[in-house]
Design a protein around this ligand. Structure first.
Ligand code: MN3
Length: 386
C-alpha cells in the first residue's frame, strides 16, 4: 500500500462498471491503488484481477467458491474472504478512501450502509441502493459525514452542472434517456420482443440487468428516484426527456430559466473517473465528441403508455415509504424471468403493477422493513408469475 495514492475498494469488480473502473485505475496508477475487490460469482475474473492489481484483500459472495479463490491466490499476500457479510465488512476497512459500489441490485444496500457508517467517500454506481432506501442512505450519509458521488452518467452530468453553483435554486432536473432499443416499437411489436433483442442497446454497453431495465424504461424510473435523493428535489422537479443520440447526459434548469447541460461520448469511464478524481479533472485519451459527425440532437417525450414502468416509478417516488423497495424487488424478479424467456416484455410491467397493488405498504420503514419487504415481494412476485 502506497501512502499518497487513493485507496480504492471496488464492490462488484467483475461487472461492467467494475471492469471499466479497473481500466481507469490502470491508466492512472500514480493516483490510485486497488485496496479491495469483491465479486458475486465470477471467480475466474476476480482471480485475474487480483493477480494483476494485487489488492490487500478480495471477497467473493458465493461461499462455495472460497477454496478456488484461496488456492489460486495462495502464492500472493492477498487476504481472501467469502460470503455476503464479508463484502459488507470489506467496505468499511480503515485504509480505504473511496468505495465504488458497482454491484447489481438490492445486494448493494448492506455494503453501502457499512461504507457510509465508516465515513467513506462513496462512488455510487449501484442505483438500487438509493431506490430501495434513499431516505435512510441520505440520513446516514449526513450523520457519518460520508460524501456520495454519483457514477450513473445522468447523475454525474447533473452533479457536474451543479459544480460551482453553491445554493443557487434548482428549478428542475432534466434527465435524458436514450429510449432504448424499443423506442420506436408499437405495442403489438412489444408483445413479441425477446430478451436477445432487448440486450442490444443502441448506445451504451452495460450489464444484462441494466440493459433490460433500459429497454423497459425501468432504468430511467430508478434514475428519477435516485435523482430525488442525490439532489434533494421534489418529484415534480424531475423531468425525463428522450434524447436518442445519448450525447447530452442530463441537464439542470435553474431558477432564472438558464439550463446547463453536460455532454460527451457515451462512455461510462468518464463518469467513473470523475467520481474518483472529483473535484479535479484529469486528462484522458477517450474518443472526443465531434459535432461535424453528429450534427443533430433530437428530443421527444417518453411514452408512458408503451413504457408503463416510468409511470410506476413516478408513482412509487410520490408514494414514498417502502413503495420504491417494492418496485425494485418485483422488477429484479421479472427481469430475471424475462432473461430466461419465461415471461414476455409487456408482462413485466403487468406483474409489477399487480405486485405494487398487493404488497404491504409501510409509510415509515426502518432498515429491517426494507429487508422484509424485499424478501416478501420476491416471493409474491414469483407466485404471481406461476
Ligand atoms: Mn444511467
Amino acid at each position: 500500500m502506497t501512502e499518497n495514492k487513493k485507496q480504492i475498494a471496488i464492490l462488484g469488480s467483475t461487472g461492467s462498471i467494475g471492469t471499466q473502473a479497473l481500466e481507469v485505475i490502470a491508466e492512472n496508477d500514480s493516483l490510485f491503488e486497488v485496496y479491495a475487490l469483491t465479486a458475486n460469482n465470477n471467480v475466474d475474473l476476480l482471480i485475474q484481477q487480483a493477480q494483476k492489481f494485487q489488492p490487500e484483500m478480495v471477497a467473493i459472495a458465493n461461499e462455495s467458491l472460497f477454496q478456488t479463490l484461496k488456492t489460486a491466490l495462495s502464492d500472493l499476500p492477498i487476504k481472501v474472504f467469502a460470503g455476503a457479510d464479508s463484502i459488507a465488512q470489506v467496505a468499511e476497512m480503515q485504509p480505504i478512501d473511496i468505495v465504488l459500489t458497482a454491484m447489481v441490485g438490492y445486494s448493494g444496500l448492506k455494503p453501502t450502509i457499512n461504507a457510509i457508517k465508516a465515513g467513506k467517500k462513496i462512488a455510487l454506481a449501484n442505483k438500487e441502493t438509493l431506490v430501495v432506501a434513499g431516505e435512510l442512505i441520505c440520513e446516514l450519509a449526513s450523520k457519518y459525514n460520508s460524501q456520495i458521488i454519483p457514477v450513473d452518467s445522468e447523475h454525474s452530468a447533473i452533479f457536474q452542472c451543479l459544480a460551482g453553483e453553491g445554493n443557487n435554486p434548482i428549478e428542475k432536473l432534466i434527465l435524458t434517456a436514450s429510449g432504448g432499443p424499443f423506442r420506436t416499437k408499437s405495442m403489438q411489436e412489444l408483445e413479441h420482443v425477446t430478451s436477445a433483442q432487448a440486450l442490444k442497446h443502441p448506445n451504451w454497453d452495460m450489464g444484462a440487468k441494466i440493459t433490460i431495465d433500459s429497454a423497459s424504461l425501468m432504468n430511467k424510473g430508478f434514475e428519477i428516484i435516485e435523482a430525488k435523493w442525490l439532489f434533494g428535489v421534489t418529484p415534480d422537479q424531475i423531468e425525463v426527456v428522450v434524447h436518442p443520440q445519448s450525447i447530452i447526459h442530463s441537464m439542470v434548469q435553474f431558477a432564472d430559466g438558464s439550463i446547463k447541460a453536460q455532454l460527451g461520448m457515451p462512455d461510462m469511464k468518464l463518469p467513473i473517473q470523475y467520481a474518483l478524481t472529483y473535484p479535479e479533472r484529469i486528462k484522458t485519451n477517450f474518443p472526443r465528441f465531434d459535432f461535424s459527425v453528429c450534427s443533430q440532437f433530437t428530443f421527444e417525450r417518453p411514452d408512458m403508455e408503451r413504457f408503463r414502468n416510468l409511470e410506476y416509478a413516478y408513482y412509487a417516488m410520490d408514494k414514498g415509504g417502502n413503495m420504491p423497495c417494492i418496485l425494485n424487488a418485483a422488477n429484479e424478479v421479472v427481469v430475471a424471468e424475462f432473461l430466461k424467456d419465461k415471461i414476455g416484455f409487456l408482462q413485466m410491467s403487468d406483474i409489477i403493477e399487480d405486485v405494487m397493488g398487493k404488497a404491504d405498504f409501510i409509510a415509515k420503514p426502518i432498515y429491517e422493513d426494507y429487508v422484509k419487504t424485499d424478501a416478501l415481494v420476491r416471493i409474491l412476485t414469483k407466485e404471481l408469475i406461476k
